[in-house]
Design a protein around this ligand. Structure first.
Ligand SMILES: C[S@@+](CC[C@H](N)C(=O)[O-])C[C@H]1O[C@@H](n2cnc3c(N)ncnc32)[C@H](O)[C@@H]1O
Length: 442
């Protein structure tokens, strides 16, 4: 969908404003897809016979009715016209269904008022963000009512766009020349840009910059090894965090210092290309992180960073498809084959490669306790975790590499104690989790 929107907008010569509107409708309707589809189906006699294109048009129209302020008459007539153009015989049905859905706006508005007041139930979160009821319940349980409310109220808005430098040569001047209005942070190597619609055409993503959330960037910094130490990343993917860490390392991701492992051949290939483009070196391996002993023998590292595969529920503003693609069993701590079981297995496997005095970091971009604290607790309670204890974020090597303003920023954002998880904040960063573990043996 993103690719289609990017490719279509220039071809159709639509204005920046229309293009932004198309993005909003497409992303919002994706986030609320299951909720809206259920509403549409309530008003159709034989929902299974709805043509997919007609169903999609009705979902998009229902989104505009429920979540945007376009006058009802305009929404109905435009989506009826759209249906007429695709399936003329269904236009009467589209007209009837959309008219019946008109009260949705009030229903969503009332739910938002209750959520804002703090006196609400899971059904209100479901309506206000269009997410599944079970997910609303788990978010409330994991984050508490207040943070879950902030998260849900913010889900329909675009996430802030931060760019990180992934090469040593990347300079803020490049962003300024591209008219992206960059604003720096106290942390070196990251800028917020105010004109994300210009990002694609600007070409800066091919000039040593990548889009990365602010909290994800902080986690990448946390994974910088001590001077001279070896760093292993499991779940290194396309290596965005590894590149940030290499760039920020005093010894600069020297050739033999960075090892990346990922199960996806495609991502590994891209990671290799990106390291090459950045003029940095790393050993990048395809492999299953659960079988690191086969891949690495008894090699040990001073910094072992597991960037675990997860539900991505902390990043739903950027990836709204997660809200309805995720099935409840996938985050069930007791379900074999679900994410928490995989995360625990990966953490146990990674723990065997930490050298005495080193660090074992566990990170996710999940908002759910089932994938965060519960996995860490299960690890510490297991035989593999018996030789580990929680470490302190402020003991991380990065604290020795940055100036006091940058340190202050990390601490203000939540880098104290043994785990990091940003507070939900309107227009704030995504929810990424990080736990620091340290071996108790020498
Ligand atoms: C959170 S993403 C990684 C993002 C990456 N660290 C970055 O900064 O660009 C998790 C990664 O785990 C990988 N993965 C999933 N299952 C795995 C497994 N069993 N072993 C190793 N990697 C795995 C996925 O391919 C995915 O790239």
């Amino acid at each position: 969908m993103r690719d289609a929107l990017r490719e279509c907008a220039p071809a159709l010569e639509v204005s920046e404003r229309d293009s932004a509107f198309a993005w909003r409708v497409a992303m919002g309707a994706t986030l609320a897809r299951g909720f809206l589809e259920a509403r549409v189906r309530e008003h159709v006699k034989r929902p299974s016979s709805l043509e997919p294109r007609v169903r999609d048009a009705l979902i998009l129209g229902a989104f505009e009715l429920g979540y945007l302020s376009t006058p009802t008459g305009v929404v109905v007539s435009q989506w009826v016209d759209a249906v007429k153009a695709m399936a003329p015989r269904a236009s009467g049905l589209a007209n009837a269904v959309l008219r019946k859905l008109a009260p949705l706006r009030e229903e969503v508005r009332d739910a938002r008022v209750r959520v804002r007041s703090g006196d609400f139930e899971a059904a209100d979160l479901e309506r206000c963000a269009g997410i599944a009821r079970w997910l609303a319940e788990r978010l409330m349980r994991s984050l508490g009512k207040r943070s879950a409310a902030t998260l849900a109220l913010d889900l329909m808005d675009a996430a802030p766009t931060w760019l990180v430098a992934t090469t040593r040569k990347a300079r803020v001047r490049t962003l300024e020349r591209a008219n992206l209005d960059p604003h720096g942070s106290a942390l070196p190597g990251i800028w917020r840009i105010e004109s994300p619609s210009r990002l694609e055409a600007s070409g800066v993503l091919r000039e040593g910059f990548a889009v990365e959330d602010h909290s994800a960037f902080e986690i990448a910094l946390a994974s910088v090894p001590s001077r001279g130490a070896l760093r292993l990343e499991v779940g290194a993917g396309r290596a965005t965090k590894a590149l940030v860490a290499a760039r920020a390392s005093a010894n600069g991701g020297a050739p033999d210092r960075f090892t990346c492992v990922d199960a996806s051949e495609e991502r590994v290939e891209e990671a290799r290309r990106r390291f090459l483009d950045a003029g940095l070196e790393a050993r990048i391996l395809v492999g299953d992180g659960r079988l690191l002993d086969d891949l690495l023998g008894d090699e040990r590292f001073g910094m072992v960073f597991l960037d675990a595969p997860c539900s991505g529920t902390g990043t739903m503003r950027r990836h709204p498809e997660i809200a309805w693609n995720l099935e409840p069993w996938k985050v069930d701590p007791d379900a074999p084959g679900a994410l928490p079981a995989l995360q625990l297995e990966l953490l146990k496997s990674a723990s065997r490669h930490v050298e005495g005095g080193g660090f074992l970091l566990y990170a996710t971009c999940s908002a759910l306790d089932e994938e965060n604290e519960r996995v860490v607790r299960a690890f510490l309670g297991s035989a593999a975790g018996a030789d580990f204890e929680r470490g302190k974020l402020e003991e991380l090597p990065i604290f020795a590499e940055i100036d006091s303003a940058a340190k202050e920023q990390l601490i203000t954002d939540g880098f104290s104690g043994s785990s990091f998880f940003p507070r939900s904040k309107a227009g704030g960063p995504d929810l990424h989790y990080l736990a620091v573990l340290r071996p108790t043996r020498a």
